[in-house]
Ligand binder design. Structure first.
Ligand code: FES
Ligand code: FES
Length: 159
């Protein structure tokens, strides 16, 4: 039986009737139509579905929508400050050529947000460890690591 839930996504409130077994990934993509969050493995292994919940990176494919009522959910659509500007992490991914097919990119950017919030000055090893839950089939990771180092510098200047 469907259950009424209220989700806070990117600062907006969504009142939804959902079956209790539906994942946050399904509800974001299919009900709210925020398709920036991807679905890869569906088993917690690839990171394509990563979102922030109360600032922490979480696999939306392993999270039930009914579990996250009242918590602040941020998706890739909530990263840019406005329609004209990108978030510095998004800019760095573009500038450093860290995007090829782009399928992993939203999840990478959400994990990077969590990483840089908790460690604003990461070493290369710490960046690689921070991305260990995010798989990319295209880039070989070096450009992604460069992009994150570049984003860390930009964010420090912004402070
Ligand atoms: S789709 Fe969630 S971790 Fe792969
Ligand atoms: S850019 Fe294609 S999977 Fe990462």
């Amino acid at each position: 039986m469907k259950q009424m839930i209220s989700l806070q996504v990117n600062g907006d409130t969504y009142e939804l009737a959902v079956n209790p077994w539906r994942t946050l990934n399904e509800v974001l993509r299919e009900d709210i139509k925020l398709t920036g969050t991807k679905l890869g493995c569906g088993t917690g292994d690839c990171g394509a579905c990563t979102v922030l919940i109360d600032g922490k990176s979480v696999s939306s494919c392993l999270t039930l929508a009914v579990e996250v009522q009242g918590l602040a959910i941020t998706t890739i659509e909530g990263m840019a400050p406005n329609a004209e500007e990108l978030h510095p992490i998004q800019e760095s991914f573009i500038e450093k050529g860290a995007i090829q097919c782009g399928y992993c990119t939203p999840g990478m950017i959400m994990s990077t947000t969590f990483l840089l919030k908790n460690n604003p000055n990461p070493t290369e090893a710490e960046i690689r460890a921070g991305l260990s839950g995010n798989l990319c089939r295209c880039t070989g990771y070096n450009k992604i690591v460069d992009a994150i180092g570049d984003a860390a510098k930009k964010l420090k200047k912004d402070v």
